[in-house]
Design a protein around this ligand. Structure first.
Ligand SMILES: NC(=O)c1ccc[n+]([C@@H]2O[C@H](COP(=O)([O-])OP(=O)(O)OC[C@H]3O[C@@H](n4cnc5c(N)ncnc54)[C@H](OP(=O)(O)O)[C@@H]3O)[C@@H](O)[C@H]2O)c1
Length: 415
């Protein structure tokens, strides 16, 4: 007989199958076990589709009576687009429910648990909780802040350059890494670039995978405060699959904005920051209001510098190519002033490193080296901008930055 952890892992794997497809809803998987046998499985496929619990109950049918349900998120007890899952669980005669993590949505938080317990169902929370929270990080960020989870993505040489001093930047990473980027786009709700990148590279920002079946094109957003992007930019081509947004301010000429709108580009006229640039917090709020849970920021360095400086980046995905470009004039991935002293640098944690080899290289007599793909979380906070005075000694090393996320339900309260 399998352990409870095994079944919860299965529920997590089911949930993951819909990654990037459920916004603004969470990823949820459910497994129903009767006398040591799986009698029902399900996951939430997309917003408006049945919840995972209901899917699994439908498969289990009469076998749900007296069975145990494993579900990755606290079952909902309220009427949303679909009726409450708690009522379906009770009606089906489930006798025990394991759920991995609470739902910070105030409409659900603790209420699902209480409703099930009141109906005489044994309820247990916290099995595989860490994984379940990681799985739904975008949803949890959105539900607690109204903003998407922000991932800064860039490719650089081993010496931290994104181009040569003459601006040659194509391509730094290998073809397999670039294919990975398309896979990451396929799982993202939105992509953001600065107008500098549109002017320099004229990217399409579409998702290009070997098979076009089920491919998703994230909402493309260009931050362009004054309307510098030419109307002929590839990103504004009405023939492109998916949609493009111009995030701008009232400084962009009204005629320019109207012309783009007429071509099907969505124009978001947002507040300006003190430098007259698109307010990044306002932009993230607007993205969140659209029900988009993940934002992939694909550069350039000016925009990434601003996002880091304002403490708005949640994680980084960096491709490091085995190249030394060199040169003081060659740009790095994160612009703007950056940190004045090391104590003010942004700290990363939860580092994961993967090697990405290009299979095509296997045929070469002299195989090239793989790229490194580094994924890491950014500790909360922005650069600290205290300048170092001449003759001043540097402070002691930092003891760590703030940890923990506000507003998260703690499962142990339910026990
Ligand atoms: N290696 C990589 O992974 C990678 C990825 C992407 C790009 N790149 C390279 O990066 C270069 C472009 O980078 P870049 O730094 O020149 O341009 P960028 O970061 O793409 O765009 C910067 C521009 O965005 C606009 N913007 C609007 N709101 C902003 C805000 N709140 N904060 C900051 N900027 C805001 C500003 O122009 P306005 O003030 O006019 O609005 C700003 O000048 C290109 O050479 C490209 O090849 C490399």
């Amino acid at each position: 007989m399998e352990t409870s952890t095994h079944y919860m892992q299965r529920a997590l794997a089911l949930a993951r199958q819909a990654e990037g497809r459920t916004s603004p809803n969470p990823l949820v998987g459910a497994v129903i076990v009767h006398n040591g046998r799986v009698v029902g499985e399900g996951y939430h496929r997309c917003a408006g589709a049945p919840h995972a619990e209901v899917e699994a109950l439908r498969v289990a049918g009469a076998m749900a009576r007296g069975a145990t349900m494993y579900v990755t998120l606290e079952p909902c007890a309220h009427h949303g687009r679909t009726p409450p899952c708690t009522e379906a669980i009770i009606a089906a005669g489930i006798s025990k429910v394991f759920y991995a993590t609470g739902d910070p949505n105030p409409l659900v938080n603790g209420k699902g648990h209480a409703r099930l317990a009141a109906a005489g169902i044994a309820v247990d929370c916290g099995l595989c909780e860490r994984e379940a929270r990681e799985l739904n990080r975008p949803f949890f960020k959105h539900v607690t802040t109204g903003r998407p989870l922000v991932t800064a993505k860039f490719a650089m040489s081993l010496d931290g350059k994104i181009a040569t001093r003459t601006g040659d930047a194509r391509w730094i990473s290998n073809p397999a890494s670039r294919q990975r980027v398309h896979h990451l786009r396929n799982l993202s709700d939105a992509i953001l670039v600065g107008v500098g990148t549109v002017l320099a590279d004229n990217p399409c920002l579409t998702t290009r995978l070997p098979s076009s079946a089920g491919v998703r094109h994230p909402l493309r957003i260009v931050a362009d405060s004054t309307g510098r992007a030419p109307l002929t930019a590839a990103i504004f081509d009405p023939q492109l699959p998916g949609h493009t947004v111009l995030a701008t301010t009232t400084v962009a000429p009204a005629g320019y904005r109207a012309e783009l709108a007429a071509r099907g580009v969505e124009v978001w006229t947002l507040p300006a920051d003190p430098r007259g640039r698109v307010s990044l917090p306002a932009l993230l709020d607007a993205i969140g209001q659209r029900g988009l849970l993940t934002l992939l920021v694909e550069g350039g360095s000016e925009l990434l510098g601003a996002l880091f400086a304002e403490g708005l980046v949640d994680r980084v995905w960096v491709f490091v190519a085995p190249l030394i470009i060199g040169g003081v004039g060659a740009p790095g991935p994160v612009g703007q002033p950056g940190a004045a002293r090391l104590a003010g640098a942004l700290r990363l944690r939860n580092l994961r490193v993967e090697l990405i080899a290009d299979p095509a290289d296997a045929d070469h007599a002299l195989p090239t080296q793989p790229d490194l793909w580094i994924q890491a979380d950014v500790a909360p906070g922005a650069f600290e901008q205290t300048e170092v005075e001449e003759g001043e000694s540097l402070p002691d090393p930092p003891t760590g930055r703030g940890v923990g996320k506000p507003g998260f339900p703690v499962c142990s309260h339910h026990h």
